[in-house]
Design a protein around this ligand. Structure first.
Ligand SMILES: O=C(O)CCC(=O)C(=O)O
Ligand SMILES: [Fe+2]
Length: 376
């Protein structure tokens, strides 16, 4: 890139953030082509023909099944594609629908109202609205075609002031819908920790006892329609840094997961996660992959923009260990380490993991560096 172009790109990025109106702001102002500050896909869009992988459907786990059956289904899904849809999950349909509607309403409110929340601070404040640049491509922070409203529900420390103060700035109906969804998901998350623990064969209580799991970070994503959808990226391919993530989405679609053709990376294909109405999508994150000593898979996924007409809304809730001090070590559970399968990772702390994630971006290397015999 010539120096003048670099300068123009940097200036365009500054101007974009100063607008405080997100990608939706551009769409509202009537753009008909994608500005150069947006990420473009590295590969041409996948062919739309029906290949065997494209016909693959994410497993569905009906949580009203007898528990051993549900556990077996979760085990199979978490060991293969890393994702599954949970149905009969106990979160009332109305609670789910109201949260997705509230997230949409936030992003679709007049620009002056939503721009009051605009902030690029990573952890600062209890709420933040922004289009987060993706720094994965060295030296060129480019933008995804996505705006996010992030809500932190904890942990609160002395000096944080009134917890959830930020959320209190929302109109009561949206705030209550998002709080109620969070409350319901906290219950679902506890249930899921037990099921995943059983799926690992270590007993229903073990994972919770070792991790003390909390779902503190919620991201309400908004993928505006795009005049040139094939030229943008909704979310770059990544694995989640969580223990596990629970996603609610509307019916538009766009999430894709990587499927390994032959298990060793050759012939990998991206397959659509077709939305299942009313279901919650659960995926294994990097921390659970480590804790399971690679018994469970955290699988790469990405979001493509499907529509020139409709905005897509999703809500991700990230479940993480609440044990996040320097003295709390993460690593494979001792029960899962045997002479035949020695520990694949050394122990590390959550702060170490977070700084590795900052250094390596959202790539796999952020956990590879903790691999035993890793040269990094
Ligand atoms: O919006 C989606 O479907 C996926 C979001 C996601 O992958 C994430 O927030 O980590
Ligand atoms: Fe993700």
């Amino acid at each position: 890139m010539a120096a003048a172009e670099v300068h123009d790109a940097a200036a365009a990025l500054v101007a974009f953030h100063e607008s405080r109106a997100g990608v939706r702001g551009l769409v509202e102002s009537g753009v008909t082509t994608v500005p150069p500050i947006f990420l473009t896909p590295t590969a041409p869009p996948p062919p739309q023909q029906e290949s065997p992988a494209a016909a693959f459907a994410i497993p569905v786990v009906d949580l009203s099944l007898p528990r051993p059956d549900a556990v077996a289904l979760i085990r199979a899904a978490a060991r293969s594609c890393g994702f599954f849809h949970a149905t009969n999950h106990g979160v009332p349909a109305g609670t789910l629908a109201a949260a997705v509607s509230a997230a949409r309403a936030f992003h679709e409110q007049p620009r002056a109202a939503r721009s009051a929340f605009y902030s690029l601070e990573p952890g600062g404040g209890a709420v933040a609205y922004s289009t987060l640049p993706n720094a994965q491509r060295a030296g060129a922070p480019l933008l995804p075609w996505r705006d996010s409203f992030r809500i932190r529900f904890g942990p609160w420390e002395e000096g944080d002031g009134e917890p959830e103060l930020g959320l209190g700035r929302l109109p009561a109906a949206w705030r209550d819908a998002l709080r109620e969804y969070h409350r319901a998901l906290a219950g679902f998350g506890k249930e899921m920790v037990g099921l995943l623990s059983e799926a690992l064969g270590v007993g229903a209580e073990r994972l919770e006892e070792a991790m003390r799991v909390e779902g503190w970070l919620m991201a309400c994503h908004y993928y505006p329609p795009c005049p040139e959808p094939a030229r943008v990226v909704g979310s770059l391919e990544h694995t989640d840094p969580s223990l596990f993530t629970v996603l609610a989405q509307d019916g538009i679609g766009g999430l894709q997961v990587r499927r390994d053709g032959d298990g060793d990376g050759d012939g990998a294909e991206w397959v659509d996660v077709a939305p299942v109405p009313g279901a919650l999508l659960v995926n294994v994150g990097d921390v659970l992959k480590v804790v399971s000593n690679d018994e469970l898979k955290s699988v790469e996924h990405r979001v493509v923009i499907k529509s020139t007409q409709d905005a897509r809304v999703s809500i991700a809730l990230f479940f993480n260990p609440a044990n996040r001090d320097k003295s709390d070590l993460l690593g494979p559970l001792p029960e899962l380490v045997t002479p035949e399968k020695p520990a694949l990772y050394r122990s590390f702390t959550l702060p170490e993991f977070i700084s590795s994630r900052r250094e390596y971006g959202h790539s796999r290397s952020s956990i590879e560096r903790f691999k035993v015999n890793s040269s990094q």
